[in-house]
Design a protein around this ligand. Structure first.
Ligand code: PHE
Length: 355
């Protein structure tokens, strides 16, 4: 028997056996690989006597085609069998219950910021922003709090460099400076955001939130400040009447300065805002100090106005009955699930847009 016939018969019988893909690939390379049997037969063509060469070449091509198509058939048979086996095994059971979808919740602080922004926007305030990392000038100096002023210790500042030039802002008041330096009066802005002080207990966290308010125009007085805050507190706590008192205080950047308390009482273990004989401090405010206006090149004889700074976290705690401030920042999913707000099922009194 010629070499060619031998190869053909040997491999046809091999390919009749039950083979897996790896075995077939092995056969393929035995035949058609670089030094495969068929490949080397092709290499021999030139050395065959001329009289036989034509026949040899044509036989070789026939055998090559036959074996190649056998191999291809085998491979596709295996692939089809694989697919059928998968279809058999991986049936979809449409009767299984669907997987539960866990929907995220809006954090009470985000919700409160939205509500505050929405209330102030109704009376013409727009929202301004500033960075958490501030320079010492915007945070203190421009706000009439020069070097060595005791207020600089009062804030227990996180400084970011030895020279005490960069810091984490201790309040949102530097946004007043940024806004007034960039634009021309009048100004009517609020600036909600994160603030930082080195403090931590049940009612103080090293990172907390404030909203700054600033209204500067030609004839703004303390009456406007009082009216504005009165409106805000009533809207925020959704009450018709509110007891509010201005207590004289001191901030270097306002003159006169005041802290504002609201009246409340505890009934059946619940806090009721707006009535009662107890007082709760919720914000600091005052008329912007002439020195601050001078620092931002505004003539205090032409323009004046008020500023206030409200602790957002405290308002959120009061409104939503949360008694430990630290829980706000612990990222406990169970807590958020309980106190957070469903983004698709917002309460009817919800006024903000989700951020
Ligand atoms: N920045 C002050 C604070 O953090 C609050 C404040 C803002 C007071 C604006 C007066 C005017 O305590």
């Amino acid at each position: 028997m010629s070499d060619l016939k031998k190869i053909k018969e040997e491999f046809i019988s091999k390919l009749k056996l039950k083979l897996d893909l790896a075995q077939i690939n092995e056969i393929k390379s035995d035949l058609f690989g670089k030094s495969g049997l068929i490949t080397s037969q092709f290499k021999q063509i030139a050395s065959i006597a001329e009289s036989e060469r034509k026949n040899f070449a044509s036989d070789l091509n026939l055998i090559k085609d036959e074996l190649q198509s056998l191999i291809n058939t085998k491979i596709s048979e295996i692939e089809i069998a694989d697919i059928n086996e998968k279809l058999e095994k991986e049936k979809i059971d449409v009767t299984l219950p669907e997987r539960t979808i866990i929907r995220g919740k809006i954090h009470p602080v985000s919700q409160t910021i939205d509500e505050i922004s929405s209330i102030f926007s109704e009376i013409g305030f727009s929202v301004a922003e500033g960075p958490d990392v501030e320079n010492e000038y915007n945070n203190f100096t421009a706000l009439n709090t020069p070097d060595h002023h005791p207020a600089r210790d009062m804030h227990d500042t996180f400084y970011l460099d030895k020279e005490k030039k960069k810091l984490l802002r201790t309040h949102t008041s530097p946004v007043q400076i940024r806004t007034m330096l960039k634009n021309k009066p009048p100004f009517k802005i609020i600036a909600p955001g994160r603030t930082y002080r080195s403090d931590s207990d049940q009612t103080h966290a090293p990172m907390f939130h404030q909203v700054e308010g600033l209204h500067i125009d030609k004839d703004i007085n303390m009456g406007h400040l009082k009216g504005c805050l009165n409106y805000f507190i009533k809207e925020f706590f959704e009450v018709d009447k509110i007891q509010m008192r201005f207590r004289p205080s001191h901030f270097p950047f306002t003159e006169p300065s005041a802290e504002v308390d609201i009246g409340y009482k505890i009934k059946d273990g619940k806090i009721i805002i707006g009535e009662g004989d107890k007082w709760l401090e919720i914000l600091g405010c005052g008329m912007v100090h002439p020195n601050v206006l001078k620092n931002v090149k505004i003539n205090p004889d032409s323009f004046q106005g008020f500023a206030f700074g409200i602790g957002i976290d405290r308002l959120a705690m009061l409104k939503y009955g949360i008694n430990d401030l630290r829980a706000f920042f612990e990222c406990d999913y169970r807590w958020l699930n309980h106190f957070g707000f469903d983004p698709l099922d917002v309460p009817t009194n919800y006024r903000g847009l989700s951020r």
